[in-house]
Design a protein around this ligand. Structure first.
Ligand SMILES: [Zn+2]
Length: 124
C-alpha cells in the first residue's frame, strides 16, 4: 500500500460499513467501469455533506406553488419574499438570485413532484 503524499489522507473502513460500501460500489461500478473505490468513497462523502447542508438550510424554505416551468418557494430568511425557480430544458435556475446552484435550486431538485416531471419529460 502506498503511503499518503502531502495533501492526501488515508482512512480505514472496516466491518459492516465496509461491506455496505463495497456493495454500493459494485452497483455504481457497473454504470461507471473506471470508477475506483477511493473515488467512490470521496464522492459519496461529499454528496452526503452537501445533502446535510441542504437539509439544514431547507428548514427556512417552503414550497408555495408548482407549475409547468416554475417552482415558487418561500424563504423566511429573505423577508418571506417569494423565490422563483425556473425550469428550462430540464435545467433549473433561481431567477431571484440569478444562480444555477443555490439552495433554492437544490431544494426544488429534491421535490418529488419535480423529479416526477423531469422523468416524464425524459420519456416523451
Ligand atoms: Zn436562490
Amino acid at each position: 500500500m502506498l503511503l499518503p503524499q502531502p495533501g492526501q489522507k488515508t482512512v480505514t473502513v472496516s466491518g459492516n460499513a465496509l461491506t455496505q460500501l463495497e456493495a454500493n460500489y459494485r452497483v455504481e461500478k457497473v454504470k461507471r467501469p473506471n470508477l475506483s473505490f477511493a473515488t467512490f468513497i470521496s464522492e459519496s462523502a461529499l454528496i452526503e455533506l452537501e445533502r446535510r447542508k441542504i437539509l439544514k438550510e431547507a428548514r427556512f424554505i417552503s414550497l408555495v406553488s408548482f407549475g409547468d416551468d416554475t417552482v415558487i418557494l418561500k424563504d423566511v430568511r429573505k423577508d418571506g419574499r417569494l423565490i422563483e425557480v425556473q425550469i428550462r430544458n430540464r435545467k433549473l435556475k433561481c431567477i431571484s438570485e440569478d444562480k444555477f446552484d443555490c439552495i433554492h435550486v437544490g431544494f426544488a431538485l429534491a421535490l418529488p413532484e419535480l423529479r416526477k416531471q423531469l422523468t416524464e419529460k425524459e420519456s416523451i
